[in-house]
Design a protein. Structure first.
Length: 398
């Protein structure tokens, strides 16, 4: 089968790598550096699963620049282009998805088209009305940054959204499910065929629940810190209830990354004119947590003469090099607004400044210059300066 994947990001490359074990796969992007890296079998981001496959297996994967005619011979096309949230419009920026669909419609109406990008509820219906002859499906992804290939090869579930449940659509949906579960480890994966909007809503509600859980344990931690209580003791006691569980309960500076901030905001926007409290509160809770952490840091440095606040890593979690929408960046902005002197240790940045903040990538120099060191997730690299550390990471799980 000839497969085209659009977008060299976590979702696109993880899926393309999966398909390339058994099929002829092209992955498209506009970023020439990413294209070159993939063709040289170098993963453009941190993901040990993809790196292992690139190092040890011969796979039928080629990266190409997005151009006219690229879709003509494809049997199935997966769209995994970015859909960033536009705070002014209160809506995902879906322009990359629509421009891709438009080009596919001109070049190959017979191809099966599967949207993997995260989109608002109702968006696939809009596309189906605009491009009625297209075999259009929506299959949400549920991947963790840094572990995308592991999650693709061993998915928690497969969902395919269809225009309507009929013989043809169900047959094609089954074909998509089979493609996504070809690897033996995925045998028995729960799969669901549902309407477009149900599939879109499943994605947004799933991520918002995860964000809500993060926000809940962060608020528990805020309460404990302000009252002088032992957060870990409380969380351990709460989490041993099997209905709650001992997972996703490690306090942080706020939920971040590519998915949770934008998905929660989009779901909140989809709730316009629908009664709600929890969805809106989840979005607000994250802002409240970020403000609290920034205030707490400023309180801790009051006793220092000319304090320098050291920020250890910008990534939202260990095992990732992505700091898009990372909560620590929002905290830095609040500290800057209050005139704080800040330096950052972030080896993935090779420039002298990031957002007008000095980068110090000599770890020893960074430790020496920092009055306190703020880190969202603890690292053994900081063992020798524990007396300087401010973190809410209680379990050191990454």
């Amino acid at each position: 089968m000839k497969i085209v994947v659009v977008g060299i990001g976590y979702v696109g490359l993880a899926n393309a790598t999966l398909f390339a074990h058994n099929h002829e796969v092209k992955i498209l992007d506009i970023n020439e550096e990413k294209i070159k890296m993939v063709n040289n079998r170098v993963c453009p981001f941190v993901d040990s699963g993809i790196t292992d496959v690139f190092n040890n297996k011969t796979i039928n994967l080629k990266a190409e620049k997005l151009c006219n005619g690229v879709y003509k011979t494809a049997d199935i096309i997966f769209i995994a282009t970015p859909t960033n949230y536009d705070d002014k419009l209160n809506y995902f920026d879906t322009s990359s998805v629509e421009s891709t669909i438009e080009q596919i419609y001109k070049e190959n109406k017979d191809a099966i088209v599967v949207i993997k990008s995260t989109i608002p509820v109702g968006y696939t219906n809009e596309l189906a009305r605009k491009y009625p002859d297209l075999h259009l499906y929506f299959s949400p992804e549920f991947l963790r940054e840094g572990h995308a290939f592991i999650d693709v090869i061993n998915p928690s579930r497969i969902i395919v959204g269809v225009k309507q449940k009929d013989k043809l659509n169900n047959k094609i949906a089954d074909k998509i499910i089979n493609l996504l579960t070809e690897q033996p480890v995925a045998s028995g994966t729960p799969s669901f065929i549902m309407g477009y909007q149900e599939a879109e809503a499943t994605k947004l509600f799933a991520n918002t629940f995860l964000a809500m859980r993060v926000a809940y344990f962060n608020e528990l931690d805020t309460y404990a810190e302000m009252k002088g209580l032992n957060t870990k003791d409380i969380i351990d006691g709460v989490s041993k209830d099997p209905r709650i569980g001992d997972f996703y309960n490690n306090p942080s500076f706020g939920y971040g990354g590519y998915c949770l901030p934008k998905d929660t905001k989009q779901l909140k926007a989809n709730f316009a004119n629908v009664p709600n409290q929890i969805i809106s509160a989840t979005v607000q809770a994250n802002e409240t947590r970020i403000n609290f952490i920034a205030t707490r840091i400023m309180e801790l440095v009051k006793s220092y003469e000319k304090p320098v606040i050291g920020i250890y890593r910008l990534a939202m979690k260990s095992g990732s090099d992505n700091f898009r929408s990372s909560s620590i960046i929002s905290i830095i902005e609040r500290l800057k607004e209050n005139g704080c002197d800040i330096i950052v240790f972030e080896p993935s940045i090779d420039t002298k400044y990031f957002n007008d903040v000095l980068i110090e990538n000599d770890l020893n120099e960074f430790k020496e210059k920092s009055s306190i060191i703020v880190t969202n997730r603890y690292s053994d690299d900081l063992d020798d300066v524990k007396d300087k550390i401010y973190t809410r990471d209680l379990y050191n799980r990454g």
